[in-house]
Write a protein that binds this ligand. Structure first.
Ligand code: NAP
Length: 479
């Protein structure tokens, strides 16, 4: 079940939030600590209007909430609200008030006995959950996930604590996002989300994301898991390419972002969750290479891998940037050939671009801020090289490709070849996809050049990944 934490500062705002998201959620949490005034009559109105199970919570600051008053007055608030028609009450594990437990049971509420660790995942996590369960309640652990190893600990709960059928497991922070999306794989009864534009806790996603994009509530043990690894990774648009396409072809599959600090540990998680394949982004395109039992010709040439697939008992690496880069220019070229291309940058993306162009016997000049890196790539690929200042000496280029991270935040004001005057005949391609029209592309457009956007490449390489993952053609209407 997906539980919406109402973050409104009054009952009316909370009701509006519920109405906006009612189709996506099966429960709500009323957080008395977020209300500016706890008015019992209004809360009765809220409880009676919302026709799904409701959790009553009043969270202290030290547990990630906003209640700043004394513990005595907090428990008094809970005592006043318990009889108003809630289905659950959340009581922290250190609250030892048998009369509050008795009041909850008398009014038919189940007790969620929670503990919060805002610093990390405690080493005695499993024993603490078992202890809470022994008190006869639903145990809830909300812990800050700080690494892939922490996420592994949470996903192992499903198997380790299978004897506790009703439990709630929450992974906070960016490393915890897969734990929230795949909450069913931890054995968690439900997970939380916040109304669009608000966040009640670190890592809360909106109901649109949890329900419309990921369909988290549909995940079963049979659902095939795919994903993307990177650091950072939460800005990625790839889930919006893959998840709707899985749905369209009727495949029970989900594509999830994984913030990864250590690739070796991610491969352990991939085995634990039976992940079927994943995309790889900065900075892990080279880090995955030692774990691959088989690699494609393109990965061998480029020396980096952006797609990993399960292949019998091995992992196979392919690189869809190679063909994904070419696809949008082939559409622009309309049968013509590129004779001379200038590639700005010599990082991981440039390697795929240069090899793809050299594969078509195109002459390539690589210009990079750090000249030695340009030289190395040029020597491997039989290209020419220089520093960025060499751009002003370039003539007769059919294609100029910008492959550096200049142009994307926080470098959105930077055009790495600011002094260059486009003659208007070049095709100008920027791999940066956010923003769509970088400063570099704006200048090329003003000179009348044909533009190719990074988003076109992102989609083209994503479609190729989808086809490698599923063996199915990408749906036409989603292209
Ligand atoms: P990378 O390996 O870290 O390489 C970064 C490159 O950018 C290096 O050549 C670096 O030069 C250069 N650079 C960074 N800041 C610069 C600045 N202010 N001025 C001049 N040069 C600068 O990164 P990557 O994997 O190649 O990715 C680069 C970009 O391509 C990113 O924006 C990424 O999102 C984009 N990309 C897009 C797609 C797509 O599908 N559209 C696919 C892959 C990558 P030095 O060598 O001097 O440090």
């Amino acid at each position: 079940m997906l539980c919406l934490t109402l973050t409104g500062s009054d009952v009316q705002e909370s009701l509006n939030q519920y109405r906006d998201h009612a189709d996506a959620v099966q429960m709500v949490e009323v957080r008395a600590d977020l209300l500016s005034c706890v008015d019992e009559q209004k809360i009765v109105q809220l409880v009676q209007t919302i026709d799904v199970p409701k959790i009553l919570t009043c969270r202290r600051v030290r547990d990630g909430g906003r209640y700043k008053g004394s513990e005595r007055s907090r428990l008094q608030i809970l005592e006043r609200l318990i009889p108003l028609g809630f289905s659950y009450v959340d009581l922290e594990d250190d609250v030892k008030r048998p009369e509050l437990d008795a009041l909850a049971h008398e009014h038919g509420l189940k007790i969620i006995r929670s503990f919060h660790d805002m610093e990390g995942v405690p080493g005695d996590l499993y024993t603490r959950i078992v202890k809470l369960h022994k008190r006869g309640d639903i145990p809830k652990a909300a812990v800050m996930v700080r690494s892939i190893n922490d996420a592994i600990m949470l996903f192992k709960i499903e198997k380790e604590l299978r004897d506790i059928p009703e439990k709630v497991i929450i992974g906070m922070g960016d490393y915890g996002i897969p734990v929230r999306i795949l909450y069913k794989r931890t054995g968690s009864l439900f997970t939380f989300c916040s109304p669009t534009g608000t966040s009640a806790a670190s890592g809360h996603l909106s109901p649109e994301i949890m329900h419309d994009l990921y369909h988290s509530d549909r995940v079963t043990p049979e659902t095939r898991i795919y994903g993307i690894i990177g650091n950072p990774v939460m800005h990625t648009s790839s889930p919006k390419i893959h998840n709707p396409a899985f749905e369209r072809i009727g495949l029970d599959a989900i594509y999830v972002p994984f913030l990864v600090n250590d690739v070796r540990n991610f491969f352990q998680l991939a085995d634990l969750l039976s992940i079927q394949g994943f995309s790889v982004t900065v900075p892990h395109k080279q880090h995955v290479l030692p774990y691959l039992g088989k690699i494609s010709r393109e990965v061998k040439l480029i020396g980096s891998c952006n797609t990993v697939l399960r292949y019998n008992t091995l992992w196979k690496g392919v690189n869809t940037d190679f063909y994904g880069f070419l696809k949008p220019i082939q559409e622009e070229l309309d049968g013509q050939r590129i004779r001379k291309a200038v590639v700005i940058g010599a990082g991981g993306a440039a390697r795929a671009v240069v090899w793809a162009l050299r594969n078509y016997y195109c002459k390539v000049v690589i210009l990079n801020r750090t000249e030695a890196t340009a030289q190395k790539l040029a020597q491997e690929t039989g290209s020419s090289w220089g520093g960025l200042q060499e751009i002003d000496k370039i003539t007769g280029a059919d294609l100029i490709v910008q492959t550096t991270s200049a142009g994307m935040p926080p470098q959105e004001e930077i055009n790495p070849i600011e002094t260059y005057c486009f003659d208007g005949h070049e095709i100008v391609y920027d791999l940066v996809y956010k923003p769509k029209r970088t400063r570099f592309l704006q200048k090329a457009e003003a000179a009348g050049c044909k533009l190719v956007y990074g988003m076109d490449m992102l989609v083209a390489q994503g479609i190729l990944q989808f086809e490698s993952f599923t063996g199915s053609t990408f749906p036409d209407d989603l292209r």
